[in-house]
Structure formats: C-alpha cells, structure tokens
Design a protein around this ligand. Structure first.
Ligand code: IVH
Length: 732
C-alpha cells in the first residue's frame, strides 16, 4: 500500500512523463514508447487520481480523454480583442501592402510568411505554465469558454516547460485534419446524421459539443501563430522569435514559416503553398504575411478590426476537370426547378465531388452543355460545387445536348416561367410533395418557429404518413398520433445523393412528447417570425420585421394594398406583390385561420420600451461587412434599440450604409450611385453617442517597452511537419 506522499509523487511523475510522451508523439511525431505502454501509464494515473482525488490537477494528462460535460458555455470577455486580418486576393494587393508598409516604416522590413489555417481561432490563456482557459473568438470582444473541450486536443499543451512568462495568451487555430473529417462524416452517414460541408464547419460543430469525450474522439488539432502579453516586446524583438520560444515551451507551431525580405521571396512562398497545400493533412485557405519586428508593428498600428502590419492572401478556389454524367432536376420550396449535374466522382479541395449546381436553364445554354462533356468544377466553402467551364475539345461526336425538363420531376405538372426570369417553376404549390415538405421544413427552422425536435427526417415521415399536408396541421398532431410511428428513410451523402443505406426514424415516448412540447412552446414565437415562417416569397427575416414594424397584425397586412405595402421603406413593388399574392390564395388564408385557432402570435407584442435614446428614429440602415465591436445581429439590435430600422438592400430610401470590414464592392457601388452615405462603425458609435462596446483594441501597456530594432535575423525557409524526413525540408 502506498503512502499519500508516495501517491502524490507518483501522480506528479506519471503526469510529467505522460505529457512528455504526448509531446513526443503529437508535436514531434517521434514517439519513444509504444501505445500500449502509454495506455498503461495513463490508466495507472487515472486510478491513482480516483484514489487520491486531492491530487488531481486540472492539467493532468487524464483530462485529454474527455468526460467533462459543459452544460452551457460561459461567455467571457477577451483580455485583448481578437482581431481579424484584412484579406487580399491578388498579387497586386500584396504589392500595395508591401509598398504601404515600407513607406510608413521607412526602413528595411522583414515579413514572416505563414500558412493561413482554415479553422477557428482560439485564445489559450496560461498562468504559471498551466492552461487556465480557452476561449473562442465569438464577436472578437467576447467568446465562449471551451476549456474542457480544448483540453482534449493533444497538441494544446496543458502544462508548459522552460522559461515561459507567468501570464500570457497564445492565439492559434483549431483545425480538423482531413483524416478526422473523413472519418467523422463516414460515421455520420452510418448514423444518418447531417454531414459537415468542410473541416472548418466540422471543427466549429465539434467545439460546441457539450460532451468532451465526443470532442476527444473527433481528433481536432491546434496550430499556434501569435503570442500576446503585456510587455511582450521587452522579451522578444520579433514575432518569429516569440513563436520559436512558444515552440520550446510545448506549443505546436508550424515549421512552414519563412522570413522574407523581398517581394520575390514572398511570392515564391505563396506560389509554393498554392500547389503544395494539397499535400497538407489539414486545410489552409491562404498565406498570412506579418511584419516581423514588434517595433515596426507598433509604428504601423491597428485599424478597428485588424492589424495594419499583417495581411492574408487568399488562394483562389480550387478547380478540377471531370465528366458530366447526367442531370437531375430538384424542386425547391417555392417550386423553383434547379438542375443539378451528376459528375464522375473527383477529388477536389479535400472531398470527393459528385454533384454540381447548374443554376437554371440559361446556365445550361450558356455553356451549351452536352452529356459526357468534360467540365471544370470549382469549390469554395459550400457543399455544392460549381461548373465554370466546358472543355469543348473533349466533346464526343454525337453527344446529346442537355435539355431542361418541361414537367415537374416530382409531380409531373407542366412547368411555367415568369416573365423576365430564367427560372422554371412547378405551379402546383399546394400539393407538389417537395414544395410542401420544403415549406414545412422552412416553418420549423431555427430562425422561423424553431421547432428543432421535428428536424432530421421527421417531417418526411409525417408527410408520407398523411399526418401533415401543411404547416397548420402540425398544431393538430397529438401524442397518440405520433407515438409508435416509424419508417426507414434513405440516407443522403454530402452531395444529396442516396447512399444506398437507410436509417430508422421513429417516434418513441420521449420524441413524441418533445415534439408536442416544442409545438406548444412555439406558440409564443413573436409575430414577425411567424410572418417569416409562413414562407411568403421574397419575405425574409428582415423584410418580415420591417412589415411588422409598420403593420402590427396580420389583418392589417392582409388588407394593405400593393401601393401601401411598397410604400414601406425598403419594401419594394416585387415584395409587395408577393405578399398580396400570398394572401389572395384561399389555401393560404385557410392555413392562417387554422394557425390563428391554434394560438400562434398574429399581432405584434406590446413593444418593450427601449431605455436608449431614440436618436435613429426614422432612419433606415443597411448593414454590410464585419464589425470590430459587434456581431452582425448585435449591431442590428443596436440600431433598433436606438429607434432605427434595418433593411437588407440599398435603395434610395436607405438613410445610411453601415460598412464594416469586407463590405461587398457591389454594395459600395450601389450606395455611391444612389448617393447614400456610407458610414463606419466609429461614425455609428458617435451617432448613438456611445463608446460602449468600443474598448481599446490593444491596452496601452501591451505595446510598451520597445527599444532596439530587429537584428535582422533570418531563420530562412523551414518546413518540417511530424512524420517528415529532413530531405523534405529543402525549400519551405
Ligand atoms: S494572425 C491579429 N495567423 O485567420 C492577427 N491568423 O481573419 C491575428 N488565421 O481570425 C491573426 N492562420 O483565425 C493569424 N497564421 C495565421 C493564421 C490566422 C489562420 C485565422 C485566424 C484569424 C483569421 C483572419
């Protein structure tokens, strides 16, 4: 039997040793013991910690296995705001950036060139060498405390070694390596769950899981790229130096970094990685350039959203050639027919592509598409890739042109076209199955009635069983009708193609009760969301809100004329016509009547008085881009709290365009052509007379104490990642 003191010592020794092996394995990729030996030690440690819980440290290697459940992620304020980077898409942008920097600094400049990891940024806070907190970016000012989940990531050090400072923050990216991503999606196909579109979404979904054991299973990874602390510049003169120090303390810092002095060197790095990125085990979406010297960084400073000393170069979307096998026609909830190409499966941006959208008939004509054509496909972050060209040289003689269907593929009704539109529609809105199901799915969606428990194949089952034919039928479902229903439904892959597997959707006691409860709860959803949920063409979230702000109940909306509706700021003729057409249809009127009878909200709740001065009354804003101090919903809420209104598109009725970072060039053009003033986030804050939510970007003391200039050290091109040999280091 061990004494308590012996147990304490053994726990400390095992923890130390296991963390070293973890580092050897995951960061250096040079394990020195077998997995079996590792597991045995870990098991011994876990046993001792159970027997002597007083010696269980929050940074024990046993924490990596997961097990902790986070009920609700606490929102915490960032000590240093998490900024983003300004983006560039062309080499000219990079040249301009370099010229600008050199002009401001008036000296030689070294740039640290790094990979732009395509994941989620994370702030890792360390105190006395222990990971104390990990926080997501959130809106840049505050994020979610996801420490329990982050501890399961083997490349995040829980305890540091060496001469680390007593308090600092490491910024880095949480990524899901392709291997983990593929495995996860395979498991999801088997379980009948929705698939993740890309590793970034999968990483985001994983970090939000409440069960850290599941997070551990999904094998996320972390790369650190930035250190923050008060007095950082007193310790290090360059960014590169600080990262190399971080690497010594145990952080996973990429070796694929280069210090470049000339434009040619920078482009060499960019061009190299534009090709070689396909060989990386994780996704990158560009290259980041950072001024290496802290002194020069300080001279350059920050905008509200991003450092002026850094820029991201985004790679162009990847493209590949493949064969067009056939074309399917899909029916949307408004009856729009979308042609979708079935392609010969091909690897693109880390996933296998089998489908691509063809948009509409004009698109097919524009490319003069023929079956068997060799087409070029590109993929951004979205699930469905796009065709951007046809290789006519490869067209086979006798190939047949792709003809657009003339009848609805779901219900056989002859299609119609609205004047001036390229789209074809199935007019049988009432009973064409995909349209009905699509409308019900829209109705229950999160931003509409938010009846989550009805998702994932349940609408399909209820519709197929004849229990619901429209959204109003939902409110007449009973526990008895639901309980016991079950059906095998086909599982679709990430391209929407049947996988040949099925899964069972069934309504057991709990499911049935949850649905009844959720439906009951949805009766309190405010009127503007009910109006949005009805699925009126052209009436999105913002338009629904705008209409409700003028017409406070459903009857006054129904009674309003097209002229009256289109007189509402930002509601144009087209929207007004759609609203009118919707309420002229007796089928829709019947649905509304039954929803009213069920007890849904069809009038605006008494407005809660805003305690803010109504300085924006009568003003309409269009919000565009990304903001430093607000999320998009946050800034819209601030506008409304001060009496203003939000609109989604710019018109002559728009009072201001509130532009954040990355405002679209089209929006800017439109605002300028209509003479609508474009204001910044700062202007807006002045307008509402508030410095609230606008803390300083960098606390003064964080940039104090810089003295000497960069010694011009040039670490040169490096590049080794776990598992690679030194021969592969040659260039980067
Ligand atoms: S530096 C103050 N370096 O890209 C600058 N960011 O919008 C902090 N990212 O939010 C960012 N790789 O999540 C930096 N090597 C890298 C990066 C990187 C990916 C992400 C990061 C940031 C976003 C830029």
């Amino acid at each position: 039997m061990m004494t308590r003191e012996e147990a304490r010592e053994r726990i400390a020794a095992l923890s130390e040793e296991l963390e070293q092996h973890n580092y050897n394995y995951y960061i250096l990729a040079k394990p020195t013991i077998s997995d079996y030996e590792f597991d045995m030690m870990l098991e011994e440690l876990a046993r001792l910690e159970r027997e002597y819980p007083e010696y269980l440290s929050p940074s024990s290697p046993t924490q990596r296995v997961g097990g902790g459940i986070t009920k609700e992620f606490k929102s915490v304020q960032h000590r240093y705001p998490m900024l983003s980077l300004s983006n560039s898409y062309s080499k000219e942008d990079i040249e301009d950036f370099i010229t600008r920097i050199k002009k401001s600094v008036e000296d030689e400049v070294e740039f640290c060139c790094e990979l732009k990891f395509d994941g989620l940024s994370i702030s890792l806070q360390y105190e006395d060498g222990m990971l104390v907190r990990a926080v997501t970016r959130g809106d840049g000012m505050q994020g979610d405390d996801v420490t329990t989940n982050i501890k399961t990531i083997h490349t995040v050090p829980l305890k540091l070694h060496g001469d680390y400072p007593p308090f600092f923050e490491m910024r880095g990216e949480i990524v899901m390596p392709f291997e983990s991503f593929d495995k996860l999606n395979e498991q999801r196909v088997a379980a009948g769950d929705d698939l993740f579109a890309n590793p970034r979404n999968a990483a985001a979904g994983t970090l939000k899981l409440q069960d850290s054991k599941e997070v551990a299973r999904r094998r996320l990874d972390n790369y650190c790229y930035y250190m923050m602390m008060d007095g950082l510049e007193q310790r290090y003169q360059t960014h590169y130096e600080s990262l190399q120090a971080a690497k010594r303390w145990g952080f996973n810092v990429s070796n694929y970094m280069a210090i470049c002095k000339t434009i040619d060197e920078i482009f060499e790095f960019i061009d190299y990685w534009d090709v070689k990125r396909h060989e990386l085990p994780f996704a990158i979406d560009g290259i980041v350039l950072k001024v290496n010297s802290y002194e020069q960084q300080q001279i350059l400073g920050y905008t509200a959203k991003s450092p002026k000393w850094a820029i991201a170069y985004k790679f162009k979307a990847e493209e590949v050639e493949t064969e067009l096998l056939s074309v399917d026609f899909q029916v949307g909830r408004h009856g729009t027919i979308t042609p979708v190409a079935n392609l010969s499966p091909v690897l693109l941006a880390g996933t296998t592509v089998k489908r691509a959208t063809l948009n509409n008939e004009d698109f097919i004509k524009q490319f003069d598409l023929h079956y068997g054509d060799t087409v070029t496909v590109v993929k951004g972050g979205e699930i469905i890739p796009k065709i951007i060209g046809v290789n006519f040289d490869k067209r086979q003689p006798g190939a047949l042109p792709v003809e657009f269907t003339k009848v609805c593929p779901a219900c056989g009704t002859a299609l119609i076209q609205h004047e001036g539109e390229a789209a074809w529609y199935c007019p049988y809105a009432q009973a064409c199955p995909p349209q009905v199901k699509g409308r019900i799915e829209h109705f229950i969606s999160r931003k509409a009635m938010n009846i989550e428990s009805l998702g994932e194949g349940k609408i399909e089952l209820l519709y197929d069983e004849g229990l619901i034919k429209d959204v109003a039928d939902l409110y007449f479902l009973t526990y008895d009708k639901l309980f016991g229903l079950a059906k095998e439904i086909p599982i679709l892959d990430e391209n929407g193609i049947e996988t040949g597997k099925t899964r069972k959707v069934s309504f057991k006691e709990k499911t049935a009760q949850n649905i009844i409860d959720a439906l009951e709860k949805s009766k309190a959803v405010p009127f503007e969301r009910v109006l949005f949920a009805l699925g009126i063409r052209n009436v999105g979230e913002v338009v629904a809100k705008t209409i409700v702000s003028e017409y406070h109940d459903i009857d006054s909306i129904m009674n309003a004329s097209v002229e009256e509706l289109s007189a509402i700021n930002t509601v144009g003729e087209v929207i007004a016509q759609s609203v009118k057409a919707f309420f002229e249809n007796p089928i829709n009127l019947d649905i509304v009547e039954r929803l009213k009878a069920a007890g849904l909200q069809f009038a605006k709740a008494e407005a809660e008085a805003s305690d803010k001065p109504q300085v924006l009354a009568g003003k309409t804003f269009v919000v565009s881009g990304v903001f430093a101090h607000y999320s998009r919903d946050g800034i819209k809420a601030a506008i409304e709290a001060h009496g203003g209104k939000n609109a989604s598109s710019i018109s002559s009725k728009t009072s201001y365009v509130l532009a954040g970072e990355n405002m679209g060039p089209e929006k800017r053009k439109k605002a300028e052509s209509l003479g609508v003033p474009i204001i910044s986030e700062e202007d807006f804050e002045k307008m509402i007379g508030s410095e609230e939510g606008a803390p300083k970007i960098i606390p003064e003391n964080a940039l104090q104490g810089q003295n000497s200039s960069s010694p011009g050290q040039r670490p040169g091109f490096e590049g080794q990642r776990p598992g690679e040999t030194d021969e592969q280091l040659s260039l980067f």
